[in-house]
Design a protein around this ligand. Sequence first.
Ligand code: NAD
Ligand code: TDX
Length: 341
Amino acid sequence: MGTSGTLAGMRILVTGGAGFIGANFVHWTRQHRPDVEITVLDALTYASDGSSLASLREAVSLVEGDISDAGLVDTLVSQTDLVVHFAAESHNDNSLVDPSPFVQTNVIGTFTILEAVRRHDVRLHHISTDEVYGDLELDDLSRFTEDTPYNPSSPYSSTKAASDLLVRAWVRSFGVRATLTNCSNNYGPYQHVEKFIPRQITNVLDGVAPKLYGDGLNVRDWIHVDDHNSAVWAVIDNGRLGETYLIGADGEKNNKEVVQAILVALGQPADAYDHVTDRPGHDMRYAIDSTKLRSELGWTPAYADFAKGLAATVAWYQANEGWWRPMKEATELRYAAIAAH
Ligand code: NAD
Ligand code: TDX
């Protein structure tokens, strides 16, 4: 049973709506679903930027608060028709330095949301990652499907896996009306400069060589953030309750290819990058089979051409230095501290 046709004029609570994907989701929703009333709940951690939503200040309510704050979450959930749950600690490298906020936000925070939607019988859409499935070998032709067993590698991905399992259990045990999506690596505007693509774009803009972990042959399955968000809406509209849908756009590239494309887009020699110490436990390859989403819900990505989407993203970072500059220095200091360990 989906919710097709029921959402016009409805109220949605977007957790993590000041972060990368959440902010793009809010912009996408304003543009494509102008009747939907949006409240964002966001703790405004280091990963967020209020200015990502600045142009929507009149149209969107922004509540600063923690998803683990049961009283606040209960009040907000009682006033909404749907929760779209993006809020998370999201960066693998940080989870290797200090896992504790990952357990708190991704596990306890999701538990807090689940208890509130259970009490108020509110529909939930839970946002998750393909990293819950672990990784694939480079010479393995298979891709992740909804039936792949969970096998997360990092503190980040294990806490996301835990959150997914909590959602599934609340569906089965308490009849919570929830859907889940697990998406591959996103790129696009408003992504924090700690993440691979914006880190390397802004390094090159600063005259610094991009940093490739290890041999740079690890593969990620890139998807433009707008394609992720159109798929989330497809599942909200017509997804079957209790079901998981994998989201991916057939965008497999190794990290070296991505760095080379960024360098060339910015007029630099393709080999002007550095190899640095590998990430501990670094997942080798992610790859999504999104047949279920495409065949059941008729979804297709708009950004079929990664090179075009990447060029647009490079141009966005060039044009929006005022957005990323304030977070760049602190981010590189954090990376320098990790390297010094
Ligand atoms: P992000 O780090 O850019 O944003 C996370 C947002 O959550 C921030 O605005 C932050 O302030 C907020 N937040 C963190 N802790 C909070 C708390 N305790 N209470 C309230 N708000 C809190 O992350 P993102 O890349 O936009 O990821 C969003 C979601 O999508 C996450 O659930 C992530 O696991 C999932 N995901 C991300 C990717 C990707 O490639 N980035 C891919 C698949 C799935
Ligand atoms: O400086 C770097 N050099 C480098 O080679 C950084 C920051 C990363 N990398 C590599 C590590 C990965 O193989 O690039 C790849 C992508 O790294 P991240 O941007 O850190 O992403 P990843 O670890 O793959 O996780 C991302 O996708 C799944 C998101 O951060 C997660 O939130 C999401 O769940």
